[in-house]
Design a protein around this ligand. Structure first.
Ligand SMILES: Nc1ncnc2c1ncn2[C@@H]1O[C@H](COP(=O)(O)OP(=O)(O)OP(=O)(O)O)[C@@H](O)[C@H]1O
Length: 253
């Protein structure tokens, strides 16, 4: 793979005429694990949704694997896990069925699942540590296990790029660790990751770069910032204003 996996150049995004991202430029190269950090409502999700073409840019440009986003058709190369999607919400599917649905873009709708599909599903289930729950209805799993199911679903498509919106938010420690392990395997296999996070937790050693979104722009792009004192506490609810010597909103939630 040569060249960047993602570029955003002077991206501007707003909702109903209200700007959220004012001028954002970002490059993600193959093999990087980039964490998008920032305060609540700063536009982190908007940034990754704009990268995926789920919200339009009002100006600027996005490329994916070297192709302008509007001409990009190889969506099977990208796995996406959106924020706060309950895999079990009213759907009586088993864990295996949800994970297998991640193969649809690879298979095409007309071709039945074959051995490569089953192998990819089995591998993805193993990667997140859910092999023994494969036959269980998703609704019977814990929140963390449901989140792992969604990650396995994205992995099953054997993507080259994984885009994850707060993959470990509200997830128990065992699931966070299982997820970190799955992500390590994905990155060791040459994968690239763009993820939004509030708390990096066990993901921290995996992150090669941090991008901090603040006031519609990118306030920092480089090393992962150290949690600022009590901001590192998972239960910190961020109700007070920041002092002048504190980094802006890096670890707020
Ligand atoms: N579909 C939408 N329509 C209108 N406004 C939206 C929409 N989605 C997000 N916003 C607004 O855009 C701003 C940025 O939201 P976004 O979800 O990108 O922030 P975020 O940094 O991901 O926040 P969080 O940490 O809470 O997930 C917020 O003010 C939010 O209310």
């Amino acid at each position: 793979m040569t060249g960047p996996v993602i570029t955003v150049t002077h991206g501007v995004v707003g909702y109903d005429g209200r700007p959220v991202l004012r001028d954002v430029s970002l490059t993600v190269s193959a093999g990087e694990v980039v964490a998008v950090l920032g305060a609540n409502g700063s536009g982190k999700s908007t940034l990754i949704r704009a990268v995926l073409g789920l919200v339009p840019l009002s100006s600027g440009e996005v490329t994916l694997f070297g192709t302008a986003q509007r001409r990009f058709r190889q969506w099977h190369r990208i796995g996406y896990v959106p924020q706060r999607l309950g895999a079990g919400s009213g759907v009586p599917a088993t864990v295996r069925e949800v994970v297998a649905s991640g193969r649809l873009a690879r298979r095409g709708v007309l071709r039945p699942a074959g051995a490569p599909d089953r192998a990819a599903v089995a591998e993805a289930l193993a990667a997140v540590g859910l092999t023994d729950r494969a036959g269980d209805p998703v609704a019977t799993l814990s929140g963390g296990q449901q989140q792992r199911t969604l990650i396995a679903r994205a992995l099953a498509g054997r993507p080259e790029l994984l885009v994850l919106d707060e993959p470990t938010a509200g997830v128990d420690m065992a699931s966070q660790e299982a997820f970190a392990e799955a992500l390590t395997g994905f990155v060791d296999g040459g994968g690239t990751v763009l993820l939004v996070a509030h708390e990096l937790g066990p993901l921290r050693p995996l992150i090669s770069r941090a991008v901090v979104v603040h006031q519609g722009g990118i306030a920092h792009d480089g090393a992962v910032p150290e949690p600022a004192g009590h901001h590192a506490a998972p239960d910190h609810d961020h109700v007070h204003p920041h002092g002048p010597d504190e980094p802006v909103g890096l670890w707020s939630s």
